[in-house]
Design a binder for this molecule. Structure first.
Ligand SMILES: C[C@](O)(CO)[C@H](O)COP(=O)(O)OP(=O)(O)OC[C@H]1O[C@@H](n2ccc(N)nc2=O)[C@H](O)[C@@H]1O
Ligand SMILES: Nc1ncnc2c1ncn2[C@@H]1O[C@H](COP(=O)(O)OP(=O)(O)OP(=O)(O)O)[C@@H](O)[C@H]1O
Length: 269
């Protein structure tokens, strides 16, 4: 069985409070975008993980795909071992939730392939144990998120009438570091109100709290956003804790910009 985990971007992100468990409460809007990994599972004699494409740092045993299998194996002892093949194309440490998407798609695939009978709600609970961003990818539809990012409310905002550009400089921003830079505070205006404004009105209103500290540490990221606005973007912002910057352009009006070598750029017309 094969699936194509996609990435997400955050439209607005407020970090509202530090929590006793070391995490933070946030308020954000998750929007799925069509930049994909490829993930295949094949029944095997023992669990096995093979990765190609972009390099994934760290121990392969810590990969969220394997972690997802172990999580379900714990509650479903009859779950057969699988060989997992992951082709990684979603940039890592970019705030695009690529690892989270792989983990969530793995849960969905195992549930379907081996008829485990888990509801979407139950899969979301498993996903939350893999990572804060992970639950979103179970339904994978636009949603407002609160709590650690795992409390989801569908929010029907269709942005398919625009063209998107995703610009990923060769920088890896640590999510834990980014959270430590912030002074949590309640948002000035509720996110759902801001999202209801026309896209053209979002600039300077729809804020990602990570932008100030991340752009101060990496001025290159601020320059990317400036270039995107100068090229006619309706809205441009950091995704999650970065380093990816996304831009929303009028349909089929994405400017061809001379990005430096080493940048990964994805265009979604
Ligand atoms: C920045 C975002 O991408 C916005 O969507 C997410 O909040 C990050 O979610 P994620 O990568 O799934 O994060 P996790 O793997 O759960 O946590 C990584 C680290 O980020 C910090 N973290 C994460 C989520 C959260 N709500 N509060 C936090 O403080 C914690 O230090 C944690 O140890
Ligand atoms: N399947 C996976 N793909 C990518 N990274 C993974 C995966 N499984 C575990 N990881 C670990 O997670 C780290 C970051 O993953 P990810 O690509 O989700 O980061 P991110 O872009 O910062 O996402 P987020 O928006 O969740 O913060 C990697 O450095 C890697 O060590």
């Amino acid at each position: 069985m094969i699936a194509f985990p996609n990435c997400k971007v955050n439209l607005g992100l407020h970090v509202t409070a530090a929590r006793p468990d070391g995490y933070h409460n946030l308020e954000t809007f998750f929007y799925p975008l069509a930049v994909h990994d490829a993930l295949e599972i094949i029944p095997a004699v023992a669990p096995r993980f093979t990765a190609t494409g972009l390099d994934i740092p760290g121990d392969p045993d810590d990969n969220l795909c394997l972690k997802a299998w172990h999580l379900l194996k714990n509650d479903f002892p009859a779950l057969p071992p699988v060989a997992i093949y992951l082709h990684k194309a979603i940039p890592l440490g970019a705030g695009l939730g690529g690892g989270s998407a792989d983990g969530a798609f793995m849960l969905r695939m195992l549930n379907e392939r081996f008829s485990l009978g888990c509801s979407l709600e139950r899969l979301e609970e498993y996903a939350a144990r893999l990572g804060s961003d992970c639950s979103f990818f179970i339904r994978n539809t636009p949603a407002l998120a609160t709590g650690r990012g795992e409390m989801l409310e569908p929010f029907a905002l269709d942005l398919s009438g625009y063209s998107w550009l995703l610009v990923c400089p060769p920088l890896h921003v640590s999510t834990a570091w980014a959270y430590r830079q912030l002074e949590p505070h309640p948002p000035a205006a509720p996110l759902r109100e801001l999202l209801s404004l026309p896209v053209l009105a979002w600039k300077d209103r729809l804020v990602n709290d990570f932008e100030a500290p991340v752009m101060a540490a990496h001025p290159e990221i601020a320059r990317i956003r400036e270039q995107l606005y100068a090229a006619g973007a309706f809205y441009a912002a950091l995704s999650g804790s970065g380093a990816a910057v996304f831009a929303i352009f009028p349909k089929n009006k994405i400017a061809a910009l001379p990005w430096e070598s080493g940048y990964r750029v994805f265009s979604i017309p």
